[in-house]
Structure formats: structure tokens, C-alpha cells
Design a protein. Structure first.
Length: 718
């Protein structure tokens, strides 16, 4: 609660307060000067001087028998004591103002006295008492036709409802309040800021931020530093919640600078919470050094205040920073510190620490230790923490997936998805749906995955988080490329790249640029694909992600293959292979692409060896889409060598597998080889049939091979 506006703001109604008309008497002018000078001293943080001036004004108001002026000064004295947390003195001042109002029998005086007492109860957290007093103030203000107090009473009542979790009704009150008091600058900032808060709480974030920005600007223009800080903090917290991390950091920094100029900042300003959020934001932006410095500041404050919850939260961030920097032992130590700190405390945070420990052990290949931590996390989170259980099940599914048990992983993920949806966490639900869809595609093909990606796309209407929207759109764009939905895919790629840039996520930008490049290669524009991949490579090298570099080098090799730069393509594929573990899943795919280029260069024997090795690796990992590609390419090698029976066998296997997966590209490639086998066997009918079906599939995919095959078919059937 800000120390200025919830209480009686006298300057705006000065004529009424001093029983004035158009001209002030010498006595009223003297009282007004004390009020102005007191307010000026207060704005300059000279609180003792302000209090002295207010008391002098009160003495004069009593001498001149001016009830409204007495009430005005008592209100300012009470407000100032409240701001300084001298609650006993504040209560005395407000009680005296109430007694004065009762003696005067004036509804406006009573309204202002009750407004001050209601705002005081609100500040102290006594919501029922605040509710009663403010309603009474509203009733008296309406009797006295005091629009200014009506507006402030409605504004404070709205704050009560906000704190009670009833933002819809608060918004209704504020819509009535703003026209009543908007003409007074001090009240305007207060009420418009509360409007912003109410909009945020009902989920209208864009409207809420618009009002908060206006309220912050108004407060700054009228020297209301406490309000400027208050609305700045609310805005920063919202930006942080929306993962607009750089904007949030800017607002938090501005808020801290402003707070240093205030002797008594509003209680909503919490430096410790600000440092927690800033450390986490910097960590998530991969700014490890700044994140560590900020976290250490927060840790010092948390320990000095004996705030174990904040200390544990900051230790979690420090653990994540260590993990980011590859210091797994330090990360494990921090997460264990969290568990020690919260041994009898926050079970949700304990579960988070256990999940991170499980993740670390999994990364180190210690799956048994990882599962032990995660099973314990399930026990700790229990049924009363569905979100913690969901995160744990998701992590367990990732470990099981890594152990090549995809069906079991889907079981864990399906339960996690249900839990995320049950608590309304659409962000995590959409991300998990993408993982589930990718897994289903690997197991059963594109058609099986469609419903998951479609659900994720529909669920985006509930997701404001730019990072999550980018993840979903990027995944769906890849799917649409393989379905031949070229224009939709391009639209989604572009939006996902823009979202990565908005959130300054360089790794995501690199990945999505690379995927977009692959899309152009698949749809016949290899040069544009190469340009995008070169841009993606530059970013991946800047951020030091070797896996991304390897994948993008491999895809750049595909682009140069399509442009018939076979020497360049071979060199790129070989370079990509050197950057990964030789027998990893990527090893199967990279060898498949290298083998294809070797065959194009006329090195059939080496192509046979490389493709055979690649196929074995892809079978080991059940990477079925890569298997279909490699089977078709291996079949093509045998076709070139004249081994027609082996070529037909491999191509038929590839076509059948691709058909089960609804993988059109794999089907078309296999059919093309089978057409070549049929031609060499003198089977003209089979040759034409296979070519026609391959041409149909390539045409759906917008693959330029379709045009070449159409010409061939025209010549064949002429």
C-alpha cells in the first residue's frame, strides 16, 4: 500500500476542506501554506519536517476552529505515521479525525475519516474491517455528494477485493471509481494503477500493462515516487511472469534505483524478491556471471532475514547456473543444500531440487541414481502437489526415453499431461504435447502424432509465453513440411524465429533458422536453405553449442548436394560426423546423408559401407524415418551395382516402413528405386506405376523431383 493515495489527499479539494469559496481568507491561506509546505517536504523525503509542518497546521486549525482543516492535517499526519510504520501514532490521529467528524455531524468529514481508517485497516491486512469501514465511507460520501472520496473509497474497496482474490468485482468498482476521481492527478495514478492490477488478475495482461504504464508515467510526472515505484514493480513482476526477461530486468533495475531515493518505500517493494527474479532471469538468459552476482546479493539478504524459502529459491538458481556452466559437482552440492535447508519445510521446493538432482545424474549417465531421486520427488510432492508430480513424471519419462523405452515414456508423459492440464498450466502442457507428438511420430508415424500437435496448436490460445509459442510453432512447422503444407509451415517458421528474437534466445533462434533452412532444401530452394543455415551456424558457434553446429553442418551438406556441389557436401557431412559420438542416433542420419553424396560422386563401394553402417545404427535406436531414407539409398547403391534382387528387397522394405509411418518422402524415395529396378528388369508396367506413385507423393511435398518425373512419365507414355 502506497503511503500517499489510499489516505486523504487534501490538496485536490482545498477549497472544500477550508470552507472556501472562490477566495481564501487569510486564515485559510495560512493553513494552505502549511499543507503545501508539508507535502513538499514529504515528497522530498524530509519526513520529520513534514510532520512538524502538519502539526503546526493542526494547531492553527484548532485555534481558528476549522473542522475540515483539522481533519485534513490529522489525515496527513496519520498517513505519514503509517508510511513510517508508526502504527500506534497513526491510529491515534485517525481516531481523533473520526471523533471530530462525529461531533460536526458533516457527512463529508465522516466520509474522509472513515476512508482513512479503512485504508489504514487495509494497510494492516485486516480485510474484513477495511471492507466495513470503506463501505461506510462510501455511504457517507454519497450523502455528502463528495465525488473525490467516492472515487478513493471505491479504489480502496477494489484493493480489498484484489487481495481477497476477486479481481472481476474489483474491476467493476474501479470502472466506477476512475470517473469520480480521475480529474485529480494524485488519485489518477493510484486508481489507474489498480485498474492495471485488476486486469492482470483477470488474465487481460495487455490491457493491464497498458494501464500500469500510464499510471507509472502519471506518478513520475507528479512527483509521486512511491506510486512510481509500486507500479514499476507490478509491471516488472508481470513481465517476468510472461518470460519477457530483458524487459523485466530493465524494470527491476529502475525500481531499485528509485527505491534508494525513498526513505520509506511502499511495502510492495521487496528487494529480496526482486533479486530472486533477476538472478533467475539472468540465468535463463545464459548470463551466468551477472546471474551469480545477483544471486549472491540475494543470498546475503535472505540469510540476514532468516528467510529460508528465499534462500532455497536462490540456491536453486545457483545450482542451475553451475549446471549451465558444466560444473555438475557444484550444482549437486547446491541442490543438496536446498534439501538440507528445507528438510522439514517446503515440499514443493524439495521436489524441485530432487528433480534437478535426477536430471544431473541422468546427464552423467547414472540412470539408477537419477531414478532414485525422481521416485523420491514423487513421494515428496504427493497428491497435494500435482504440479510437482507432473514435472517429476516428465523428467522420468525423459530418462526412460533415453533408455529406449518409448512406450513407457509415453505412459509417464500422459499422466504428466493430465496433471498439467488439471492445474491450468497450459504452458507446460503445450510443451509436453510437442514431446509426446514427436515420440508418437517416432513410434507410429506422422498420422499418430497429428492429434498431439493439433492440440498443442489449439492450446496456444491460452499461452502468452513467447518462448513456449515459439517451441510449438517450430515443431508444427517441421510436421507441416513433411505433410506438404508449405505455406503454413513457412508462416510458422517465420513467427517462431521472430519469437526467439523477441526473447533473445539465441540457441532457439539458431535451431529454428536451421530448421527453416532444411525446409527450403526439402521444397526445392537449396540456395535459400544454405543461406539460412549459414546464419544459424554463425549463431551456434557464438553460443558454443557443438550439437547444433554438427546438425547444421550436416543440413548444409544436404543443401550443397542439391546444388550438385558434391565435394563441398561430402566435406560438410564428414565434418559433422567428427563432432558427434560415432555410434549415436545422429551418427546414423549423418552416415545416411554422406552415403547418398558418395554415391552421387560415383563412390558406390564406399557408399555401400557407410550406408550399411548407418542403417545398423538407426536400427539400434529404432530411428524409423532415418531407416526408410537409408534403406532407399542402400537400395539405390545396389541398383547402381546391378544387384537388382537386393535393391528391390531393400526398397520394398523401406517403402513398407515409410507407409506405416505415413512418411511420404521415404515412400517416394523407395518407389523411385523400385521404378529403376523394374526398368532394368524390363517391367515397363511396373516402372510406370512406381514412377507415377512417386511423382504423386513428391508433388504433394512440393519437391522439384516431381516436375522431372512428370516429364519422364510424359515421354514414357507418349
Amino acid at each position: 500500500m502506497t503511503p500517499q493515495n489510499p489516505f486523504q489527499p487534501i490538496v485536490q479539494a482545498i477549497n472544500r476542506l477550508f470552507n472556501g469559496g472562490t477566495r481564501l481568507s487569510p486564515q485559510d491561506a495560512e493553513l494552505q501554506r502549511h499543507l503545501h509546505h508539508g507535502d513538499d517536504a514529504r515528497r522530498q523525503q524530509h519526513f520529520d519536517k513534514a510532520l512538524e509542518l502538519y502539526h503546526e497546521g493542526l494547531t492553527l486549525a484548532r485555534r481558528y476552529d476549522k473542522p475540515f482543516a483539522q481533519s485534513a492535517f490529522l489525515g496527513q499526519i496519520g498517513a505519514l505515521h503509517t508510511a513510517r510504520k508508526a502504527y500506534e501514532q497513526a491510529e491515534e490521529a485517525f481516531a481523533e479525525a473520526k471523533a471530530l467528524a462525529e461531533r460536526s455531524n458533516d457527512p463529508s468529514l465522516m466520509a474522509r475519516a472513515l476512508l482513512n481508517q479503512g485504508a489504514f485497516a487495509l494497510r494492516r491486512g485486516d480485510l474484513p474491517q477495511a471492507h466495513k469501514l470503506l463501505n461506510d465511507a462510501l455511504e457517507f460520501a454519497r450523502k455528502g455528494n463528495d465525488s473525490h472520496v467516492i472515487g478513493l473509497a471505491l479504489g480502496n474497496l477494489a484493493d480489498v477485493h484484489l487481495k481477497e482474490g476477486n479481481p472481476t468485482y474489483a474491476l467493476r468498482l474501479l470502472r466506477d471509481a476512475v470517473p469520480q476521481a480521475i480529474s485529480t492527478p494524485q488519485s489518477a495514478s493510484y486508481l489507474i494503477g489498480r485498474m492495471g492490477q485488476a486486469h492482470l488478475q483477470v488474465g487481460e495482461s495487455d490491457q493491464g500493462k497498458k494501464f500500469l504504464a500510464q499510471a507509472t508515467q502519471l506518478a513520475g510526472q507528479h512527483g509521486q515516487s512511491e506510486l512510481e515505484l509500486l507500479w514499476g514493480v507490478v509491471m516488472a513482476d508481470q513481465l517476468y511472469k510472461e518470460n519477457r526477461l530483458e524487459d523485466a530486468l530493465t524494470m527491476y533495475d529502475m525500481a531499485e534505483q528509485l527505491s534508494t531515493r525513498l526513505v520509506n518505500p511502499p511495502e510492495e517493494w521487496d528487494l529480496l524478491r526482486s533479486l530472486q527474479h533477476r538472478a533467475d532471469a539472468l540465468y535463463r538468459l545464459n548470463q551466468a556471471e551477472k546471474a551469480t552476482q545477483t544471486a549472491e546479493r540475494g543470498l546475503t539478504l535472505a540469510r540476514a532475514a532468516g528467510n529460508k524459502a528465499a534462500e532455497a529459491s536462490i540456491l536453486m538458481t545457483l545450482g542451475g547456473i553451475h549446471q549451465l556452466m558444466g560444473r555438475s559437482e557444484d550444482a549437486i552440492q547446491e541442490f543438496n543444500n536446498v534439501l538440507s535447508l528445507l528438510s522439514d519445510g517446503d515440499r514443493v521446493e524439495q521436489a524441485r531440487a530432487l528433480i534437478q538432482l535426477g536430471s544431473l545424474e541422468s546427464e552423467r549417465g547414472n540412470n539408477e541414481a537419477a531414478m532414485a531421486h525422481l521416485q523420491k520427488a514423487l513421494t515428496v510432492s504427493g497428491s497435494d502437489d500435482p504440479l510437482g508430480r507432473a514435472h517429476t513424471l516428465r523428467r522420468i519419462g525423459m530418462i526412460v526415453q533415453g533408455a529406449e523405452m518409448p512406450e513407457k515414456a509415453l505412459e509417464y508423459w500422459s499422466e504428466a499431461l493430465t496433471l498439467f492440464e488439471s492445474v491450468g498450466d497450459h504452458t507446460q502442457a503445450t510443451r509436453l504435447l510437442c514431446d509426446i507428438g514427436t515420440m508418437r511420430r517416432a513410434i507410429s508415424g506422422i498420422n499418430a502424432a497429428m492429434k498431439d500437435f493439433e492440440r498443442a496448436t489449439v492450446m496456444l490460445s491460452h499461452v502468452k509465453d513467447a518462448a513456449t509459442r515459439g517451441v510449438v510453432l517450430s515443431n508444427v512447422a517441421n510436421l507441416y513440411t513433411d505433410l506438404g503444407e508449405v505455406e503454413t509451415a513457412r508462416s510458422f517458421y517465420k513467427e517462431s524465429i521472430e519469437l526467439a528474437r523477441q526473447t533473445t534466445n539465441r540457441k532457439a533462434e539458431s535451431l529454428r533458422l536451421g530448421n527453416f533452412g532444411w525446409h527450403y532444401i526439402m521444397t526445392g530452394n537449396a540456395l535459400e536453405g544454405a543461406n539460412l543455415l549459414e546464419e544459424a551456424l554463425m549463431i551456434s558457434r557464438e553460443v558454443g553449442d557443438a550439437n547444433y553446429v554438427a546438425v547444421q553442418l550436416n543440413n548444409l551438406g544436404l543443401a550443397h548436394h542439391e546444388m550438385r556441389h558434391y565435394d563441398k557436401a561430402e566435406a560438410l557431412h564428414r565434418q559433422a560426423l567428427t563432432m558427434i559420438e560415432s555410434d549415436s542416433k545422429w551418427g546414423g542420419l549423418f552416415r545416411s546423408n554422406l552415403g547418398r553424396t558418395l554415391l552421387a560422386r560415383g563412390n558406390a563401394q564406399e557408399a555401400l559401407s557407410v550406408l550399411t553402417e548407418g542403417l545398423a545404427i538407426s536400427r539400434k535406436y529404432s530411428d524409423r524415418e532415418t531407416m526408410t531414407r537409408t534403406l532407399a539409398r542402400l537400395a539405390d547403391v545396389h541398383l547402381q551395382m546391378g544387384n537388382l534382387e537386393e535393391a528391390e528387397k531393400l526398397a520394398a522394405e523401406g517403402q513398407q516402413l515409410a507407409g506405416k509411418l505415413a512418411y511420404r518422402k521415404g515412400q517416394a524415395d523407395a518407389l523411385l528405386v523400385r521404378a529403376g529396378v523394374a526398368a532394368k528388369q524390363g517391367n515397363n508396367e511396373g516402372h510406370t506405376r512406381f514412377l507415377r506413385e512417386a511423382q504423386r507423393l513428391y508433388n504433394i511435398l512440393h519437391d522439384p523431383i516431381a516436375e522431372d518425373l512428370a516429364r519422364t512419365l510424359k515421354m514414357t507414355t507418349a
